[in-house]
Design a protein around this ligand. Structure first.
Ligand code: 6PG
Length: 472
């Protein structure tokens, strides 16, 4: 039998779908799974396809053409290291290992060095798009040496989604850059999802039925808010629970799970002193949602207004549209700002225009407005903040009044809108020529003689006041 062009280890759903995608582009693919019955069942379920099911890792490695291209799709963390360790004695110098899971970028950097020192080649590739994306075309964010990317480019480009005729894959940068950018993608995904949920909560308080909500989101999907997450949200509202006949959304418990990429994004933002308040709010909203018992107990102890919003429904839809869109711009502005800071810190030289371009298709955050983000960075690669690109500046100026009204309305009705508010707080802080940090500096100087700069003296000149003694 001829040798395979590509190998994949880990036949969970994403792995299986990626294999079928690669095979469908004309490549022969070898597969290996620790539980070999999974391999057998998978190969048997797809007769006539160019698939080679290996019973042992040795057979798997031997079935691959040189240089071997082996993608690992196993759980992030220890399992990735375990697979790499068992592969090392079987590989030849120059063989390529690709980790396609949601690995922490610092793990990817460690593996890049580890494998590089041994003479192997390593790519840490973020893969986004869920099951359907993996099968039909995901967005791929590969990091590692440019020379290794060039070897992988034909396969990656053929399996990736296409947006405006361009494949949704590009060489992101060296080392952990690919997994880093995937992590930020996921942070932005958290922000998008939470913002949609806050819009839903407001509509719910205004008495919208699931059918009405399905219509609102379908209309939004047909307009400037078009995105994959808006599309699936419309579908969710239309779906009925077969057991009760109720809208499925009404029988799903309100506690959110999370696997960690959102938390990692926040930790990285703090380390880089970059504000990503929308993503922060989204992660924290999931944490608060998971405290269901405490929330139920507090709901009868702590008072608030009646969660009811009245008024014209069509007018509300327009206002919430504006609040959602404006908040979404802020969320992306923050995420991209963090990528810029990290790129500088690590010397990665990341190209935000290219990153935005590959997010236009295949991935979970794909959205029409990523075309405008791509244009903004292609026009001005040194853009200091997305909010200041002419297209987005104009939208924010147009939406800001309704954005404020929605947050005020929700707050007065006691409906939590943490991500909407965090976004507006960032907007208002960023555009404030004056912030009350003068008082903060006075406080620091008072208790710790930390000194301050003066408005009437050159920057960098420090002053101290002899403050009164207040402790008796
Ligand atoms: C994607 C998704 C994918 C996965 C997330 C979900 O881009 O395809 O982001 O990677 O669904 O890990 O993360 P949570 O379980 O933390 O929501």
């Amino acid at each position: 039998m001829s040798k395979s062009d590509f190998g994949l280890i880990g036949l969970a759903v994403m792995g299986q779908n990626l294999v079928l995608n690669v095979e469908s582009r004309g490549f022969q693919v070898s597969v290996y799974n620790r539980t070999t019955s999974v391999t057998d069942e998978f190969v048997a379920a797809h007769p006539g396809k160019k698939l080679v099911g290996a019973q042992s890792l040795e057979d798997f490695v031997q079935s691959l053409a040189s240089p071997r291209k082996i993608m690992i799709m196993v759980k992030a963390g220890g399992p990735v290291d375990a697979v790499i360790e068992s592969l090392i004695p079987l590989l030849d110098k120059g063989d390529i290992i690709i980790d396609g899971g949601n690995s922490l970028y610092t793990d990817t950097e460690r593996r890049d060095k580890w494998l590089g020192d041994l003479g192997f080649r390593f790519i840490g590739a973020g893969v986004s798009g869920g099951e359907e994306g993996a099968r039909k075309g995901p967005a791929i964010m590969p990091g590692g040496p440019a020379s290794t990317w060039e070897v992988m480019q034909p396969i990656f480009e053929s399996i990736a989604a296409k947006a405006e005729g361009e494949p949704c894959v590009t060489h992101i940068g060296p080392g952990g850059a690919g997994h880093y950018v995937k992590m930020i993608h996921n942070g932005i995904e958290y922000g998008d999802m939470q913002l949609i949920c806050e819009a839903y909560n407001i509509f719910k308080a205004a008495g919208f039925t699931a059918d009405e909500l399905g219509q609102v989101f379908s209309d939004w999907y047909a307009g400037d808010l078009e995105s994959y997450l808006i599309q699936i949200t419309a579908e969710i509202f239309k779906q009925k629970d077969p057991e009760t006949g109720k809208p499925i959304v009404d029988v799903i418990l309100d506690t959110a799970g999370q696997k960690g990429t959102g938390k990692w994004t926040i930790m990285n933002a703090v380390e880089n002193a970059v504000v990503i308040s929308t993503i922060n709010a989204a992660v924290e909203a999931r944490i608060l949602s998971s405290m269901k018992d405490k929330r139920v107990a507090a709901s009868t102890e702590l008072q608030g207004p009646k969660s009811e919003i009245t008024g014209d429904k069509a007018a509300l839809v327009k206002k919430v549209h504006d609040a959602l869109f404006a908040s979404k711009i802020i969320s992306y502005a923050q995420g991209l700002d963090l990528i810029t800071a990290m790129s500088k810190e690590k010397g990665w030289n990341l190209d935000l225009g290219k990153i935005a371009a590959i997010w236009r298709g295949g991935c979970i955050i794909r959205a029409r407005f990523l075309n405008d983000i791509t244009d903004a960075y292609r026009t001005d690669p040194g853009l200091s903040n997305l909010m200041l690109a002419p297209f987005f500046k104009n939208l924010l100026n147009e939406f800001q009044q309704n954005w404020r009204e929605v947050i005020s309305m929700a707050t007065l009705a006691g409906i939590p809108v943490p991500a909407f508010s965090a976004s507006l707080g960032y907007y208002d802080s960023y555009r404030a020529a004056f912030l009350p940090a003068n008082l903060l500096q006075a406080q620091r100087d008072f208790f710790g003689a930390h000194t301050y700069e003066r408005t009437d003296k050159p920057r960098g000149e420090m002053f101290h006041t002899n403050w009164p003694d207040v402790i008796g």
